[in-house]
Design a binder for this molecule. Sequence first.
Ligand SMILES: [Zn+2]
Length: 144
Amino acid sequence: MIITVGRLGDSHDTGHTEYVGRGRGSVLGNPLPVIGRSRWTSEAAAWTSHLIHAAHLTGTEREQAQRALHRLGFEQGEAAALYLHVLREQCRTDTPQRRAVLRLAALATQGPVHLQCWCTPRPCHAEHIRAAILGYAQTLPRPA
Ligand SMILES: [Zn+2]
């Protein structure tokens, strides 16, 4: 199964291309903003306080979330890494994000799926989306 993470505008001869960055209507954008790159929103505040109180995070991760609350933004690598916990929480119930991941998983059983964002080659939240798609796709029947 081929799922790539690349940059918006990369072109591919085959497969499905999906933009997963912020804005442009993607539900898979990272709600955790990077300092100096995206704005702090009420959604960002809600997710950050969720992270601060989530029991399964490491002490370091919780500190990163606390610092982001004061600075109104995350470091690039932190936002991408901590998105794992956001996506997991979003996929616990039937949400637009879970439905999007399941749709991409179904597509991934049929051909390459190319995720696109702005971050590459910097750390990108789409790596977690890729892992989630792979996980779900393995539970789906392969087309004959
Ligand atoms: Zn990204």
